[in-house]
Write a protein that binds this ligand. Sequence first.
Ligand code: NIG
Ligand code: FE
Length: 402
Amino acid sequence: TSAPTSANSAVAATATAIVNIASLVTNDPSLGDGTPLGLIQDAAVVIEGDRVVWVGESSEAPGTDNRVDAGGRAVIPGFVDSHSHLVFAGDRTAEFNARMSGRPYEAGGIRTTVAATRAATDAELSANVARHMYEALRQGTTTFETKSGYGLTVEDEARALRIAGEHTDEVTYLGAHIVSPDYADDPAGYVDLVTGPMLDACAPYARWVDVFCEKGAFDGDQARAVLTAGQAKGLQARVHANQLSYGPGVQLAVELDAASADHCTHLTDADVDALAHSSTVATLLPGAEFSTRAPWPDARRLLDAGVTVALSTDCNPGSSFTSSMPFCIALAVRDMRMTPDEALWSATAGGAAALRRTDVGRLTPGARADLTLLDAPSHVHLAYRPGVPLVTEVWRKGLRTI
Ligand code: NIG
Ligand code: FE
């Protein structure tokens, strides 16, 4: 008997069939080889409009007018990058240089980007978001979350979110990135601003509320105030947690049913246990550890405890200026003890879980037709051939965009 494929159904003659796929990652364990990736060999994907309507073995693909030959390449779901900071201006080359000469990374570097971002025009900021999202798209990313956090005034935060919303639906209010330099002597006053007038101005533009819970940024009580105020306004929580040191971020994320605790670099056993018994995803951001020469988050420890793990870029000009999910996958496999299969799952289905989305991060009937063709026989090559531009074709919402 052959491995299960999706139910045989009639498809419109106008549908598009991508055939001759060497290996297809569906992320549906009821399909194909029965692993979490639901891998189908010699596969086809059929697309109608912006949706997948059929997946299975190429020889069984329903007839359609339009057939695209994948040429024996691998096909994976488009990457879901659930953590980035793309509304910024300027760069931090000097800070990176200093760090690579031995200076430690500190949250305070954010102030440099705040000054540059405030000084930029709307058009400059929007063009910068578009440029980095296109850069990511060329590397296979089809869903992006992005945050404010480099404005830190009512007007500049609302502007950042409005601009982010021109480019993606996954918009996060991070007024609590650091205490604004304007409130250096009055952090409590800044938390009142973030949970009051700034939130009122920003909530209409955002789906999520986030806070940088860290020494030098916001402590546990301040972070709780920010997140619960956002939730009261209808935003859902996600947290920058346990990046630079041990702290209360992860447990707070779990307590408040945040969709994700991001970074998770310094975890106690109690933190891991809390995540394992929650619906909060641990989003690991190895670009940040790479670019700050910090210790790697231990993905193996989290996976073995039963935690759902996502991988994202954290693309920002300070701690992780990469938009490349393939690069993050390679780091995760080499240095965070993930298998290539786990890393691929975390960069697609894991990211979708971190955004509480079921329409992306998988290639099964009903899912959004977001997919990436790799110039390789399987997804394993993303880690096996690090740094090689394997993404050759990207389809988003049923259209070939790259
Ligand atoms: O996720 N941790 C806080 N925020 C960013 C860094 C931002 C910056 O350095 O500009 C991060 O790593
Ligand atoms: Fe971040």
